[in-house]
Design a protein around this ligand. Structure first.
Ligand code: GLC
Ligand code: CA
Length: 515
């Protein structure tokens, strides 16, 4: 297997295209908007993008319900605009990952329409149709629901919302009395694979640098232990290695021991599953000054999956994403600086969700937009300056895709750029520091050296013997850090403005990198 060299130092920025920058005043962000803001992202220090789905869609799940995998949604622009975005990014030494949704389509996709019409045509088995409309797929792993009575065929399996029927990559062990369950190597399951490969080829040939893969674990059904799904992704990885060795794939899987074995270059720790990711910034967060948070279980999980996954792939910790509450929901500005010092000194490629770098708020109780539900509060328009709509769009405020934060003190890019002490400038400095310090690069070693129980200092060494020690005291009281004895601080953040002065206590709400 080959690993693209650029992943060694890549720092990603996730863009929710609807809400980033609107260039034609229709209230919806667009591809030209992303292109215009590339210099901002580069100046921040990020050199790779992940753009949420921007393909033709009826938008029942914000674009995760794809109607045409090969066409940019008209509201975002054209395929030509995408080509221009790839080129503009490459001119700046940046990479672009698109969001690949291989597990399901929209009910409006041509494949699904053909599949509804017939039980004989080439797309008849592209989806998982039972032979009876009374089938419920009860208890089958990786099937989240069903649609029946939508046409004169049986029941069809659903992958997420009811508007997202599951593509048929087969069953790990088809039940003998259910002939409608295809095997994972049946012609129909292989046809689905081949078409997904073609879609990857289509965008990669245009200049795309890889994919974030939606619900990557979900493809083969009833796949206990994910053996067949892992085999499938290994085949995709072999295809990439052979034809596009510089392309990278990151999975939404949340189990790096499985996904990295499946050939993904990267996987995320996320707000679901058993990673204890939420202990960092969300439920009773460790990085809050209340100092009740405890990272013991997070660290135990992290060590376990890292050992199981080996050193081949990257375990990535996002600041937030479009599916969870923003990192600023539970943390103050000063606490956010510590959280970013952590995110930008851990192994794996860092992923910054647009707006988190200025501490954009999670907007509570927002009415759902396009299947966002409570996720809508994390998807509001980017705040660029203090002009109309925070500089996001020239549309009337009531015409914005999602209303903008109405807080008069809402943060914005322009003001934060001008303020040395802003979160944005701290994040920029941290990124610069990471780039200049090899011990902190994405694939370098980590070793935990302090417990991080409630009220305790979190500390780890990066880059092995003689590397850099990263230490954090989010609490409101000074804390003992004997392992810092004799070390020299290289970088410091301290809300209390107290100095480390080479001592072995960490001041309240501080973080530092030492050698
Ligand atoms: C993933 C996406 C989420 C989407 C779902 C269905 O979890 O991140 O936004 O709703 O898959 O595609
Ligand atoms: Ca627009």
């Amino acid at each position: 297997m080959t690993t693209p060299k650029w992943l060694e130092t890549a720092i990603f920025y996730e863009i929710y295209p609807q809400s980033f920058y609107d260039t034609n005043g229709d209230g919806i962000g667009d591809l030209r908007g992303i292109t215009e803001k590339l210099d901002y992202i580069k100046d921040l220090g990020c050199d790779a993008l992940w753009i949420n789905p921007c393909f033709d869609s009826p938008f029942n799940d914000a674009g995760y319900d794809v109607r045409d995998f090969r066409k940019i949604a008209p509201r975002y622009g054209t395929n030509e605009d995408m080509r221009r975005l790839f080129n503009a990014a490459h001119e700046r030494g940046m990479r672009v990952l698109l969001d690949l949704v291989p597990g399901h389509t929209s009910v409006e996709h041509e494949w699904f329409k053909a599949s509804m019409r017939s039980d004989a045509g080439p797309y008849a088995k592209r989806y998982i149709w039972s032979d009876s409309p009374w089938e419920r797929f009860n208890g089958i792993d990786n099937i989240s629901g069903y649609l029946n009575g939508v046409c004169d065929r049986g029941t069809v399996a659903v992958n997420f919302f009811s508007t997202q029927p599951a593509l048929n990559f087969g069953f790990a062990e088809p039940e003998p009395d259910k002939p409608w369950q295809s095997a994972a190597d049946s012609p129909e399951a292989l046809a689905a694979r081949a078409d997904i490969k073609e879609i990857m080829r289509f965008w990669l040939s245009m200049g795309c640098d890889g994919f974030r893969v939606d619900m990557a674990h979900s493809l083969v059904k009833a796949d206990k232990g994910y053996k067949k799904t892992i085999e499938l992704w290994r085949e995709f990885r072999a295809f990439l290695d052979a034809e596009f060795p510089d392309a990278a794939i990151v999975s939404e899987w949340g189990k790096p021991d499985q996904s990295l074995a499946a050939g993904f270059h990267m996987d995320f720790l996320l707000h679901f599953g058993d990673s204890h990711y939420n202990d960092l910034f969300r439920d009773n967060p460790y990085f809050s000054g209340a100092a009740n948070g405890d990272l013991t279980e997070f660290i135990a999980y992290y060590k376990k999956v890292r050992a199981a996954a080996g050193l081949e792939g990257l375990i990535c910790i996002p600041s937030s994403n479009h599916d969870m509450a923003r990192i600023a929901r539970k943390l103050t500005n000063d606490e956010l600086k510590l959280a970013f010092a952590f995110l930008l000194s851990m192994p794996g490629a860092p992923f910054i969700y647009y707006g988190d770098e200025i501490g954009m708020r999670y907007l509570e109780d927002m009415p759902s937009v396009e299947g966002g539900y409570e996720r809508t509060g994390s998807r509001s328009p980017m705040q660029w300056d203090s002009s109309l709509n925070a500089g996001f769009s020239s549309a009337k405020p009531e015409e914005l895709y999602i209303p903008i934060d109405t807080d008069r003190a809402r943060p914005n890019v322009r003001e934060q750029l001008a303020d040395e002490n802003s979160l944005l400038n701290e994040v920029k400095r941290l990124i610069q520091f990471r780039r200049g310090c090899e011990a902190l690069w994405n694939d370098r070693a980590i070793e935990f050296i302090s417990g991080a129980g409630a009220g305790q200092v979190l500390a780890y060494r990066r880059g092995g013997e003689g590397g850099v020690i990263c230490a954090f005291n989010p609490g409101r009281k000074a804390a003992e850090a004997p392992f810092l004895s004799g070390l020299k601080p290289l970088y410091m953040i301290s809300a209390s403005k107290a100095d480390f002065k080479g001592s072995v206590t960490m001041p309240p709400q501080s973080a530092g990198f030492f050698q």
